[in-house]
Design a protein around this ligand. Structure first.
Ligand code: CA
Length: 214
């Protein structure tokens, strides 16, 4: 494990270009951060306007980040190196989690539906109804795309779901309850490393877990 800023109300986590990137929420405190993958140190921090509650994000390419807001009906495009807002899209739902398949942005909004959006204009291309053994899975939150699967934190649980993007079936899930730190809030951050290691953290957690062989 590596240290994690316990003041970070984590909403999104992703690894890119050798750094661990993070978004944090709360009105007046929302931020996008570049952190060190080995020490957890915050190396750069962009503070969003006080009127914005930041949510999940994903990289579209090495210099473009798409960042959701919760209820502000806006998705920002950021340059992560200059930490500047370069564009924005209208978002017609609540924004929760986001990942990128290389073709589509995949967005959650706390329901059991994932929306596939075109990265050029944020228009909806398709929707995916997520089920486990036929039962809808609600409160889908932070997302990560890895090896052809969509990984999703399920809000207020310690579960990470592994979802088939073709049919929405949860093919398996893991429960991190036994390794969740005693202090802090809910699990809410999944990032996939190049060697397959999953970096997992949560809202106000003191650590980020490094999980292998999952
Ligand atoms: Ca993620």
């Amino acid at each position: 494990m590596i240290p994690h800023d316990p003041g970070a109300f984590t909403q999104g986590l992703e690894i890119r270009c050798g750094y661990l990137w993070e978004s944090t929420g709360i009105y007046g405190q929302s931020s996008f951060r570049k952190t060190d993958m080995e020490t957890g140190e915050v190396l750069d921090l962009f503070r969003l306007p006080d009127t914005v509650f930041a949510e999940g994000f994903t990289f579209l390419d090495d210099s473009t980040v798409c960042l959701l807001t919760w209820k502000e009906h806006t998705a920002f495009l950021l340059n992560p190196w200059t930490m500047t807002i370069e564009n924005e899209f209208y978002l017609n739902t609540e924004g929760w989690g986001l990942c990128y398949t290389g073709e589509f942005l995949v967005q959650s909004n706390g329901s059991s539906i994932l929306r596939f959006r075109n990265p050029g204009d944020f228009s909806v291309s398709d929707s995916l109804y997520v089920t486990l053994n036929g039962h809808p899975q609600f409160f889908l939150n932070e997302l990560e795309y890895r090896d052809g699967q969509i990984l999703a934190n399920q809000w207020r649980t310690n579960r990470i779901l592994f979802i088939n993007p073709e049919n929405g079936h949860v093919e398996r899930f893991i429960n991190l309850g036994s390794v969740t730190p005693a202090s802090g809030g809910v699990l809410n951050g999944i990032a996939s490393g190049e060697d397959g290691t999953l970096y997992c953290t949560g809202k106000n957690w003191p650590v980020t877990l490094l999980l292998n062989n999952l």
